[in-house]
Design a protein around this ligand. Structure first.
Ligand code: ZN
Length: 255
């Protein structure tokens, strides 16, 4: 483990549970800026229910450990309710997001893309980089890129690009969504025991009523949590892939 290049560089070599349980306050050399400021994590999902379902337990543990956590939604879920216009669906799903964030205690922000019609272009790359520049997170969790859902793939690629063009300024972790149906070839590097907060996670997920809750959770995410728990020797776990190869010594000036 590197120890000489500051907090973020050290964190780059640590497991996710170690990062969560590190001091909730940043050192003077971390991305979060001034000494004593709360450390920050972004959970970036393509759709309004994604941050809670793919990493809701880890999100709650981060908040309990004193981190500032922001759920970033790439879209407002415009295509997510059959028989409704995009605006009608977005209004309902925004309310569901707010309710879920009330349960977890996370903040939230929406980006400008449209559910089912997400794109990758210069403007959208810049928008994601701008979110990173504004929030200055130390840790980002987003979708694993090999996924049957086009919006999940695009979200993942946009975050990867922002990681690259922010000078690898944060620790990047990928999370799985409905593995076997959406995420493919997901082989975890890191596990987080979420047993102590799993009920609260599910309560937050259930706020997304328009998405077929509780069946969506019962049929897909809870079996995943139990399976990852079996691998990690606990009752419920979330699994992640830590993108390694670059440490994050400082928040560099970005192009
Ligand atoms: Zn999704």
């Amino acid at each position: 483990m590197k120890t000489s290049a500051g907090v973020a560089a050290s964190a780059a070599a640590l497991s996710l549970p170690s990062i969560i349980n590190a001091s909730p306050l940043s050192g003077s050399s971390s991305l979060s800026g001034k000494k004593g400021k709360k450390r920050k994590a972004l959970i970036i999902g393509a759709h309004p229910d994604d941050p809670e379902t793919i990493a809701g337990g880890t999100m709650i543990l981060l908040l309990q450990a004193g981190w500032d956590v922001v759920c970033v939604y790439l879209t407002r879920g415009e295509a997510g309710i059959k028989g409704m216009s995009g605006d009608q669906a977005a209004a309902i799903r925004e309310k569901e997001c707010k309710a879920a964030c009330k349960v977890t205690g996370a903040r939230y922000r929406f980006m400008s893309q449209v559910d089912g019609a997400t794109v990758i272009n210069k403007e959208k790359y810049d928008e994601m980089l701008q979110v990173i520049k504004e929030e200055k997170p130390e840790l980002v969790i987003t979708h694993w890129p090999i996924d049957t859902h086009r919006d999940h793939r695009i979200c993942s690629i946009l975050v990867y690009d922002a990681w690259r063009y922010s000078g690898y300024s944060f620790n990047l972790f990928y999370a799985e969504a409905m593995s076997g149906n959406q995420s493919m070839n997901f082989v975890p590097t890191d596990y987080v025991d979420i047993t102590s907060v799993v009920e609260k996670k599910h309560e937050a997920c259930y706020c997304h009523e328009s998405q077929g809750m509780p069946d969506l959770l019962n049929d897909w995410h809870i079996p995943m949590e139990k399976f990852r728990g079996m691998e990690y020797w606990c009752d419920y776990a979330e699994a992640f892939v830590h993108l390694r190869g670059h440490s994050a010594p400082s928040f560099v000036e970005m192009k």
